[in-house]
Design a protein around this ligand. Structure first.
Ligand SMILES: *Cc1c(COP(=O)(O)O)cnc(C)c1O
Length: 321
């Protein structure tokens, strides 16, 4: 397998900037995980950096994963596989043909895409794994969105990085907000917080803005990922009141948004030069502003984690600028 220099020597941190415009009665800072310098960045690259080592340890010659035709995760994995010199196979639910730059990039990297009805995803994955093994390949399966313990690990490390950046900038963040989807980003950050709280340290709360799931299901999946990370040894560190996840700003579910979202995206792009997509980051930024208003939170330093999705920004460019 080829080496990738960035993953052999990861960056110490991604940039944190304070926004100049007025968006809230608080100071808003943004951590630019969208600028991780591999395959257009984003939280899927932080997770992929964990899978980079896992694939090497397993001696995999084929990586298989799951995602929609707009998936950021699939783009990053297809790029990772190409750079490593191994094959990539993507299972994707059938959709109404809507094209995206992410899918285009996946195809450019020579990944094979197999579509199936959404109800048949797990059988299709099992059958494909079986088929590849029979061919004599050594396939490795990564869950959709890079979900699972490796994805969680990536964001436990990111929480530590944020604590160091607080010292560097001389600022104490009250909360970290971010777009919450499969839940591993939130599980990782929350585990970081739980561990530091247990050590008696003051550290930022973590608030996930749901971009798709309703609270009940969203919380359950995050709780499971936290339990998986903490294991039996540290299970007692878990406190349900530390799992802050709101479904108030789903705006009808995955991919839906409104004019307030596009207006905010336009404002942030034109005044700060920071692109945000409508499915994840722009919607979560909008949710954060509304949440701070609703809870009458004022005068604090707030960190928004920019989780990436830059190719999606271009899919909707005409409506956003
Ligand atoms: C996948 C994704 C998320 C959600 O992250 P999870 O760890 O799945 O909750 C947020 N933002 C962007 C841009 C993403 O691609």
């Amino acid at each position: 397998m080829n080496k990738i220099a960035l993953f052999e020597h990861p960056l110490k941190s991604t940039p944190v900037v304070c926004l100049s415009g007025q968006y809230s009665d608080n100071r808003i800072w943004i951590k630019r995980d969208d600028l991780i310098p591999f395959s257009f960045g984003g939280n899927k690259v932080r997770k992929a950096a964990e899978f980079y080592s896992v694939l090497q340890e397993n001696g995999a010659d084929l990586v298989m994963t799951y995602g929609s035709n707009t998936s950021n995760h699939c783009r990053v994995i297809a790029n990772l596989a190409f750079a490593l010199g191994i094959r990539c196979h993507i299972i994707s639910p059938e959709s109404k043909g809507e094209d995206s730059f992410n899918r285009l990039i996946v195809e450019r990297f020579g990944a094979t895409v197999e579509t199936c009805p959404v109800e048949e995803v797990s059988q299709t994955i099992d059958a494909a794994m079986e088929r590849f093994r029979k061919e004599g390949a050594n396939p490795y399966f990564i869950m959709g969105g890079g979900h699972g313990i490796n994805g969680t690990n990536a964001y436990v490390k990111a929480y530590e990085e944020i604590l160091l950046q607080q010292l560097e900038y001389g600022v104490g963040f009250d909360c970290i907000f971010h777009a919450s989807g499969t839940g591993s980003t939130q599980a990782g950050l929350t585990c970081g917080r739980l561990t530091h709280l247990a050590a008696g340290k003051k550290c930022p709360k973590v608030v996930g803005i749901s971009i798709a799931r309703e609270a009940h299901r969203g919380r359950k999946v995050i709780r499971e990922s936290i339990a998986e990370f903490l294991g039996t040894q540290d299970a007692k560190l878990y406190r349900d009141e530390e799992l802050l996840f709101t479904d108030k700003y789903r705006l009808g579910g995955y991919g839906s948004y409104n004019e307030e979202v596009t207006h905010l995206i336009g404002k942030v792009m034109s005044h700060e030069g920071i692109p945000m997509d409508t499915t994840y980051v722009g919607k979560a930024f909008y949710g954060m502003i509304k949440y701070l208003q609703a809870k009458k939170i004022k005068g604090r330093d707030i960190l928004f984690l920019h989780t990436g999705g830059t190719p999606l920004y271009f899919d909707h460019l005409k409506g956003l600028l």
